[in-house]
Design a protein around this ligand. Sequence first.
Ligand code: DGL
Length: 286
Amino acid sequence: MQSKLEKVKKVRDYPIGVFDSGIGGISVLAELISEMPNESFVYFADSANAPYGEKTTEEVKRLSMAAANFLVDCGIKALVVACNTATSVAVNELRNKWEMTIVGMEPALKPAVEANKNGKIIVMATPVTIKEEKFSELVNKFRDSAEIIKLPCPGLALLIEKIDSVGVNHEQEIEHYLKRVFEGISFNDNDAIVLGCTHYIFIKDNITRIIDKDVSLFDGNNGTVMQLDRLINGNRVMKKKNADEKSAVIVEMIDSCKFIEKKENSEKILLNSLAKLNFRGRINFI
Ligand code: DGL
């Protein structure tokens, strides 16, 4: 028989599973790696089924369960749903099904409201996230403290999926989209934008360029990373931080779309995101 302590020690070596409909969650993965460089990670991009944000709730639920199932079968110790859309639709069901630590994404409305006392707050997210109950509940919490504008962005995640390994290679298309979606909103200095979809983190510069005002951008990545850190630390399944700074972080990138270019592109996007975070460690892709 295995003692509880032996079991905990064994689980400590398991990887952390992360999934999204595509490349968006790579921005979350990069922050996870820089915060927890002694952990290993397996990332699942369900790009064969992207975008999630324009499907029915039932479809997103089914795809999220399937993605989580796949990662659980890989032998993970914790799951990060690095997708606002999947979180808003499926996180409760995922938690009902599995006992392991499961952390999701939430649009960073709270920090945006706290930082922007006077300006209005525009929340960009997929149509599914915006229409889900979870999001309405979040908005209701803050509706007396700020003017909140919900901005569904159909098609934007798919445009961002075309990103190449060194950044956005079709800026014109993206900026044209942004101009159209921002039409009718008068931005002022002190306004804030909440990026309620992990894909949008890759177009921060384009958003700032198009708005051309002193608007702050908020995303939920740090909140999610901190939450995971707290939970796996509390369960004693976290590896010691900085125990061995020389060893490389083991990362496996898996895509439901089987083209090898997809995998290679995702790996490059991850390295690029890590460089932007000034991450100095090494990554060992398996
Ligand atoms: N990256 C996802 C999110 O955070 C969804 C993009 C999509 O597949 O529509 O909402």
